[in-house]
Design a protein around this ligand. Structure first.
Ligand SMILES: Nc1ncnc2c1ncn2[C@@H]1O[C@H](COP(=O)(O)OP(=O)(O)OP(=O)(O)O)[C@@H](O)[C@H]1O
Ligand SMILES: [Mg+2]
Length: 285
């Protein structure tokens, strides 16, 4: 747990069996409903479709698992610390390198805010190159976040479509995972060909968020949601944390025990500077 923040632990489990990719299902119903903006927000805003996640849950969803009550408590404690300290409304979850636990941190922190019951929480896939949220929860995005960003360049007043998880006040804006255009198998971010059918696939290096479009989207979401939690790219890899970090009120750093190196953490803090890091979440492997 943080210097001050939260820690989470994950159990073991293979990506294949736990990642949710094989059992991804379209959210139901497909017909979307509008979310009424808080206060004086614009009438055109956000619509949602509802999806009820099924067990077994991905082992990274600590707040939904029974494995570690102490890790779940640590995420709740992190939420409380953030609320006590300025109560940031847009929280960016990042790390030094890929695989350091950003998605684990962002999803569990979003779940912890949603547990409060009243606030509406939006979990945003801020890393199109490492899209993970739809597979983690087991749904197929009605329209991926990347496609929605492109659509909003030409049609800024189109409503955004998000997925509500069950009846919780938790909504997810997920990107399409990197898939084979031929057989739709889920592929690693840097795959050049599909391991299932052998099709050559395009590289996803271009899938970086555009800062202007992302900033406009965040402003719109702030009218409708109380908390935005962004699952951002890592700081030390090319991939766009700088495109999204200006939108955040607070940065929380994920540090996976035994994975992150001290020198990388120092460089990460330097690169994020002068923006302060609100908390460091130490996650157990
Ligand atoms: N489905 C899974 N089951 C178990 N462990 C997983 C699963 N997916 C990822 N992991 C491992 O858990 C750790 C944290 O994963 P997480 O997805 O939170 O990291 P991340 O920083 O979001 O990764 P990325 O940079 O790829 O987005 C990593 O070491 C990863 O290898
Ligand atoms: Mg991730």
């Amino acid at each position: 747990m943080p210097k001050d923040g939260g820690s989470g632990s994950r159990g073991s489990g293979s990506r294949e069996s736990e990642g949710g990719g094989a059992r991804s299902a379209p959210p139901e119903p497909v017909k979307s409903s509008p979310l009424v903006p808080r206060d004086s927000g614009r009438a055109i805003g956000v619509t949602f479709v509802r999806f009820t996640p099924r067990t077994p849950h991905d082992t990274r969803l600590v707040l939904w698992g029974k494995r570690s009550a102490s890790a779940a408590a640590a995420f709740r404690q992190l939420r409380e610390r953030l609320i006590e300290r300025n109560d940031p409304r847009t929280i960016l979850c990042t790390s030094a390198n890929p695989g350091d636990g950003k998605t684990t941190l962002a999803t569990n922190l979003a779940l912890a805010y949603a547990e409060l019951g009243r606030p509406r929480v939006l979990l945003i896939e801020g890393s199109l190159r490492a899209a993970a949220l739809s597979q983690l929860f087991g749904f197929k995005p009605p329209i991926g976040f990347g496609a929605q960003l492109v659509r909003h360049r030409g049609q800024p007043d189109e409503p955004w479509v998000v997925v509500q998880l069950g009846t919780q006040p938790l909504f997810v804006l997920a990107a399409e995972p990197h898939r084979c255009p031929q057989c739709a198998a889920s592929l690693p971010e840097d795959a050049r060909f599909c391991g299932h059918c052998g099709t050559t696939v395009g590289h996803v290096a271009a899938d970086i968020l555009d800062a202007v479009g992302f900033g406009a989207a965040v402003r719109r979401f702030r009218e409708t949601f109380d908390y935005l939690v962004i699952d951002a790219p890592p700081v030390l890899s090319p991939g766009g944390v700088h495109e999204v970090q200006d939108t955040a009120d607070a940065v929380v750093l994920a540090v996976l025990k035994g994975h992150a190196r001290r020198r990388d953490l120092r460089r990460t803090l330097e690169q994020i500077s002068p923006r302060p890091v609100a908390a460091v979440a130490l996650l157990d492997e």
